[in-house]
Design a protein around this ligand. Structure first.
Ligand code: ADP
Length: 595
């Protein structure tokens, strides 16, 4: 499940509010609460006071009625009535203290419990696409400016036993006394690590403090993990929680990839040696053969909730309703209302007993679209409740979507962009650039990518290494790397053409899930890679065209990667054959190297 939010727009986090010290923070945590009244668990204390309150109320009202009936003055109290009044006052004081005072206080002071807001369930977040995202530190407590001696004393005691051999970090001059105090609060558990961004109002400082606390708690050094040189504000509420640094992945360039008449330099983020070089060789073979052609067959993101009824009959009735072409317009109207770009394309249902899986498919513009489609689905589910009040929504995602898992439904129906890419590689290019022959490639493709994968029971894995290229391009361009699973579904076909001289190669990829807005695409490095490809952000001319071009680039790069690796493997076989049958004394192994 994809969990993404809108880009943070207003990065301002310096708020002119009173700034609490670390001591004030700690005091707020340690304040006595009404629930401390009895040494019992909270629910028992509350239960007890509620019971007392209602029983004495009942008792007193009962007595009051008796007195009125018997004309006894109300102010004359027996001992039991006095005890009841005392108990009533005690329970009222407790309950007001528990619910009233805390509530009233929370209105007037910046709540130290603000991070509870961050504990929204993930599925809430998933549907919160268009909600304004909380800014770093915007909610409440700004910078902690000074640590009091009192806190220093308190934390010293607390930390004595817990803190492991510290500073493995080489602190820069930016490390302050307050930072040190806050680290101690985090280490001893007084200040939750996840609340640092909202408490401090400075994401970089939050990451630095969290990182230091982590090193002290674990006793392990993070010195190889960089902290500096990254915009921590840009990931808040969108890309990564509780950051302590960032991982560096080198980016190589393959290309130019000549695709549909345009040239692209393809950024690939990888730590696998030879991958970029090999893809580059494939690009060269395609280029000198006149380029590749890529066709987009389909463009629609899917989400499939699971709903349950009390009978198969009712589930079937909903299926009929949803799949009836007469109802499509109404459903589309309801679905489309939450986004300018999400446009319902189709609804396909699968039934399992009383449970119905409804696969909604929609266009999502330049966004990869998971959030968008989820919001549209929610609109339809709310709408359906009027006519199907007995429908239980068991989950907004019922895995018939199917996201980030190998599934035949994506392989057959497609998900995201369904793309086919082809090229004709000239015989001499196969010889000179790829160092192999057309028949050897065709035969290897049949044995490896088709028969071998069939023998292995592959699902969408009829290729040599599509996922290598998909993952590297996804990482470089800020795609969701987990969607590499279905995005790498690919069948590679090879055939001898032009009287058996040249090679026709194609890759068919039915579920390439990419976007050029949202998620990781707006981060500086990823955005630079999208810019290099000319597909950064939302397309101004035609919404969705940037994402579609990106999908074709992914497929074109896979074509190059397939061509090169298959050639290397078949050339390896050629080398062996030559050695065996021609007794060559030349060092044929050089032929397998990329160039
Ligand atoms: P996803 O649906 O892929 O998870 P996000 O919700 O993160 O994507 O980002 C999509 C957001 O970008 C939406 O709020 C949408 O309104 C906005 N947006 C702006 N321009 C476009 C565009 N050309 N195509 C799609 N979405 C766009």
């Amino acid at each position: 499940m994809d969990v993404r939010r809108r880009p943070v727009k207003n990065q301002s986090h310096q708020r002119p509010v009173k700034q609490p010290t670390a001591g004030e923070l700690l005091k707020a945590y340690n304040q006595p609460k009404p629930s401390d009244a009895l040494p019992l668990p909270l629910y028992l204390t509350n239960g007890l006071f509620f019971t007392i309150f209602f029983s004495v109320m009942y008792f007193l009202l009962h007595r009051w009625r008796e007195k009125i009936r018997n004309s006894v003055p109300l102010h004359v109290l027996t001992f039991s009535e006095l005890a009841a009044v005392a108990s009533l006052i005690a329970s009222v004081v407790y309950l007001v203290g528990f619910f009233g005072i805390e509530f009233v206080q929370s209105i007037f002071r910046p709540s130290p419990d603000s991070w509870e807001i961050e504990d929204d369930s993930l599925d809430q977040i998933m549907l919160a696409e268009d909600k304004p995202t909380k800014q770093c530190g915007e909610l409440l407590i700004p910078r902690i400016v000074a640590a009091t001696t009192e806190v220093a004393e308190m934390t010293k005691e607390n930390n004595k036993e817990k803190i492991k051999p510290p500073p493995v970090t080489d602190h820069s001059s930016s490390w302050s006394v307050e930072d040190e105090e806050i680290v101690k609060l985090v280490v001893d558990g007084s200040l939750p690590s996840y609340s640092l961004e909202s408490k401090l109002g400075d994401c970089k400082r939050a990451a630095k403090i969290r990182r230091e606390a982590l090193q002290r708690i674990t006793g392990k050094s993070l010195s190889g993990l960089p902290l500096e040189g990254f915009d921590y504000e840009s990931i808040l509420g969108q890309c990564c929680e509780m950051p302590v640094g960032y991982v560096q992945i080198p980016v190589g360039i393959a290309g130019p990839l000549l695709l549909n008449g345009a040239e692209f330099s393809v950024p690939m983020a990888t730590t696998e040696g030879c991958l970029v070089a090999s893809t580059n060789r494939g690009c060269k073979a395609i280029y000198v053969s006149g380029g590749a052609t890529c066709i987009l067959m389909k463009d629609g993101m899917t989400r499939a909730p699971v709903v349950r009824f009390s009978s198969v009959k009712r589930a079937a009735e909903l299926k009929q309703f949803l799949e009836d072409p007469m109802n499509f317009e109404t459903l589309a109207l309801v679905f489309n209302k939450s986004s300018r770009f999400g446009r319902l394309q189709s609804v396909k249902c699968a039934i399992a007993g009383k449970n119905l899986y409804i696969r909604f498919c929609c266009a999502t513009g330049d966004a990869m679209g998971m959030n968008m489609v989820s919001k549209g689905v929610q609109n339809v589910l709310d709408f359906l409740h009027d006519d199907f009040p007995d429908m239980d929504v068991m989950g907004i995602s019922g895995n018939y979507c199917s996201d980030k898992k190998p599934a035949a439904v994506n392989w057959i129906e497609g998900r995201g962009k369904s793309v086919v890419c082809e090229a004709v590689i000239k015989e001499e290019v196969v010889h000179k650039v790829l160092k192999t022959t057309v028949p050897a490639l065709v035969e290897l493709n049949m044995l490896k990518n088709l028969t071998g994968s069939a023998m292995a029971g592959a699902l969408g894995g009829f290729n040599a290494h599509a996922s290598n290229i998909v993952s590297a391009v996804y990482l470089a361009t800020g795609q969701d790397p987990a969607q590499n699973v279905e995005s790498s579904h690919c069948i590679t076909m090879m055939e001898a053409v032009n009287d058996g001289k040249d090679l026709h190669i194609s890759v068919s990829m039915p579920s390439i899930e990419v976007g050029t807005v949202g998620g990781g695409t707006q981060l500086a490095s990823q955005s630079a890679c999208l810019n290099l490809l000319g597909v950064k952000g939302a397309s101004k001319d035609e919404p969705g065209s940037n994402a579609r071009v990106l999908a074709t680039i992914v497929a074109g790069s896979v074509l190059a990667g397939e061509l090169s690796l298959m050639s290397a493997i078949s050339a390896g076989q050629l080398v062996k054959s030559h050695m065996k049958y021609n007794r060559s004394t030349r060092d044929m192994s050089k032929l397998t190297s990329s160039n």
